[in-house]
Design a protein around this ligand. Structure first.
Ligand SMILES: C[S@@+](CC[C@H](N)C(=O)[O-])C[C@H]1O[C@@H](n2cnc3c(N)ncnc32)[C@H](O)[C@@H]1O
Length: 438
């Protein structure tokens, strides 16, 4: 039954909390910049998928993009002018829309990691932190987990759209992850009060309370312990929140350091606009001062523990398709990344890229995601107008090509599958994707 509002009760539309009181690590001048920044529009940015989408194609499509001076993969745009999330290039995986502050962490951690590292992201959905790192380091294996099944599904969709075939997706309570201390990197982007997002997500500001902060503290503390358990000797732990309060940030880290004498804080060459945390523990990115929303992050290294070498396990049950490893998981065939067998006992949501379409009456043998990695099918490159028409679900007129199955592409980005019969290309995009970008 719907709740009745009392006559004099109006739903709150503006938070009355003064968030600048949380910025104890800022000077008065910086707090004033923050208050002014809150009156401005949030900054929109994208992470360029440089492995798959040429720079000139990105800039031809969106000439008003402005590149960040520090991060070559970050471009700013005006979301009222360019609706990039609804563009063909987004559909095709040319970029990932992401707040600049959230991308920064990967920029710092990417050069530190050894070749072919193992990474686990405990609270990963929709995948941002791992995706940003994957865009810089394709040699890693990324285990991405999120407690929410619905949100974890978004990781699978994003990884497929962006042509990322080295991501294994899980949906478990991270505290129940029974894995050894084998990871070269543990990413903990912890559930938090979300105060840092107040400019972008008004609901966060309304939802904020000091009680909410208190409620989250033990969860963050336990997750940090889990991160410690999973990192190997000389492995890195990245802790981040989108919270301003030191309780969720520096104080958590201080407690963590007290428990573990083998954790080292890694200093970074910070940009001027980053604010150093209390007692040099991490960095705050503050809207109005930094180009992006509010983030706290710290890089750490675990110097103790043991070094388990995860050998590339022999793929006993695996066969090879197009030189890639293939396994059968829950009766479906997947192309899996290296090291998969080391984790094969985990209940994956997706252990890689599904090959065959298992819907009751598939139009095509192959699953849509397979088009992103297949090497045995020919590519059919379309003009922008034909690619748009294809993304809308239409048949395309094609001449001068043999009949058969094709991977339909635009500027190097793979859109989906299609079958040429006479002078027409039948559209094999799955129903859920068709027409979305029209
Ligand atoms: C800040 S978001 C993660 C954002 C993500 N890392 C990214 O960059 O796209 C935090 C995540 O924590 C998960 N979460 C919420 N409560 C949790 C809990 N009690 N334990 C573990 N994870 C939780 C949420 O489902 C959410 O996806």
């Amino acid at each position: 039954m719907a709740k009745k509002h009392k006559a004099n009760q109006h739903p709150k539309t503006e938070s009355t909390f003064d968030f600048s009181t949380l910025l104890t690590y800022c000077s008065e001048e910086e707090k004033e910049k923050f208050r002014q920044g809150l009156k401005e529009k949030s900054v929109s940015s994208l992470l360029w998928n440089s492995r798959h989408f040429p720079l000139n194609a990105l800039l031809d499509s969106f000439p008003s993009l402005r590149r960040d001076s520090f991060d070559e993969l970050c471009f700013y745009f005006d979301k009222d002018e360019d609706r990039l999330g609804k563009s063909l290039e987004h559909f095709a995986g040319g970029f990932y829309i992401m707040d600049h502050s959230s991308m920064v962490i990967s920029k710092y951690i990417a050069p530190l990691l050894k070749k072919e590292f193992l990474s686990i992201d405990l609270c990963a959905a929709p995948g941002g932190k791992s995706i940003a790192l994957d865009m810089r380091r394709e040699d890693g294996l990324y285990l991405c987990n999120d407690i929410s099944f619905e949100r974890a599904n978004e990781i699978v969709k994003n990884a497929t759209r962006l042509h990322l075939d080295n991501i294994l997706t899980l949906s478990l309570d991270p505290m129940r992850l029974e894995l050894e201390e084998i990871f070269d990197l543990v990413i903990l982007d912890a559930p938090c009060s979300g105060s840092g997002m107040l400019r972008k997500e008004k609901k966060m500001a309304l939802d904020f309370s000091l009680e909410k902060v208190e409620r989250l503290l033990p969860i963050q503390e336990n997750l940090l312990e889990k991160a410690y358990e999973l990192a190997c000797k000389d492995g890195y732990i990245v802790y981040s929140t989108c919270a301003f309060s030191t309780q969720e940030d520096e104080e958590q880290i201080q407690k963590f350091l007290t428990k573990h004498s083998d954790i080292e804080i890694l200093p970074i060459e910070k940009e001027e606009k980053m604010i150093e945390g209390v007692n040099h523990l991490g960095y705050h990115l503050i809207p109005g001062i930094y180009e992006g929303e509010g983030i706290y992050f710290i890089l750490m290294k675990k110097t103790g523990g043991s070094k388990t070498n995860v050998e590339e396990v022999k793929y006993k049950k695996a066969s090879l398709v197009e030189n890639k490893k293939v396994i059968t998981y829950k009766n479906k065939d997947y192309i899996v990344p290296r090291f998969y067998d080391a984790f094969s006992s985990l209940p994956f949501l997706s252990p890689g890229i599904k090959i065959y379409d298992d819907s009751p009456y598939p139009k095509c043998d192959f699953d849509h995601g397979y088009c992103k990695v297949a090497t045995s099918l020919p590519l059919l490159s379309l003009s922008r107008s034909d690619a748009l028409s294809y993304a809308c679900g239409n048949e395309i007129k094609v001449e001068g090509k043999d009949d058969g199955l094709y991977i339909v592409s635009y500027e190097g980005l793979r859109l989906g599958l299609g079958k040429k019969v006479q002078n027409k290309l039948k559209n094999y995009l799955p129903k859920g994707l068709k027409g979305y970008y029209c």
